[in-house]
Design a protein around this ligand. Structure first.
Ligand SMILES: [Zn+2]
Length: 220
């Protein structure tokens, strides 16, 4: 059986699905969060179109450090992160884990990404977060919060943090003209390194595709 290649919307929805407050999002609002965050990433890519990741980093005044070995958080190798300490922001990328991802990035008829593209994909992702921080314009702030609970006139609301992730993926995808949202490479990597079976991955995407498309009403 040919593998399922999920659409970008479904890949975005997979991120939303992993949000800590996903269960509080009304079904008819899935489309709102996916479209809102995808548009934010797309608009940023239009603004900075034609720039390389290093040019954009320079324009934003953020240094990039390349470390050879990956640090691990909870047993998972980090590939990149943005750190702000004492008001100074820097991006750190970890070459070893980026190279591992590049080596395991071929899928179906699509050739593996080269190491540079994998590096730039992660840089653009982090740079998107730097832009959010610098402009104090977080995607998760720009979209409606969800209600966590309501009792009489009291209610508690929470931001949907993963919307920033979706936008950062979209930004990197557009800046590099990737064939799909970068988070798909995480799944490809897991399947190719046998941490996830292909059947389980396909089943997951079919399930969330149904959840997303089945409930948004005005599917176009
Ligand atoms: Zn991120």
């Amino acid at each position: 059986m040919r593998a399922v290649i999920p659409s970008d919307d479904v890949l975005a929805f997979a991120e939303l699905y992993a949000d800590a407050v996903f269960s509080k999002i009304p079904e008819e609002r899935y489309r709102y969060y996916v479209d809102g965050s995808m548009n934010a990433g797309y608009e940023a890519a239009r603004r900075f179109s034609g720039m390389s990741a290093s040019e954009l980093a320079e324009e934003l005044g953020v240094p990039i450090a390349i470390e050879e070995k990956s640090s691990k958080i909870a047993g998972v190798s980090l590939r990149a992160q943005t750190l702000t300490e004492n008001g100074r922001t820097r991006i750190i990328v970890y070459r070893e884990s980026l190279d591992l991802l590049a080596m395991e990035s071929a899928w179906e008829d699509f050739e593996a990404l080269d190491a540079d593209t994998v590096l730039n994909m992660h840089l653009f992702h982090e740079l998107f977060h730097v832009i959010e921080e610098k402009e104090r314009a977080y995607v998760s702030d720009s979209l409606d919060s969800v209600r966590i609970w309501k009792l009489f006139s009291h209610e508690r609301k929470s931001r949907v943090m993963r919307t920033s992730e979706i936008a950062a993926h979209r930004f990197a995808e557009q800046m590099l003209s990737l064939p799909w949202m970068p988070n798909f490479y995480d799944y490809i990597y897991l399947v190719r390194t046998r941490k996830l079976s292909e059947d389980d991955m396909n089943a997951f995407f079919l399930r969330i595709d149904k959840l997303f498309e089945g409930k948004n009403g005005g599917k176009t």
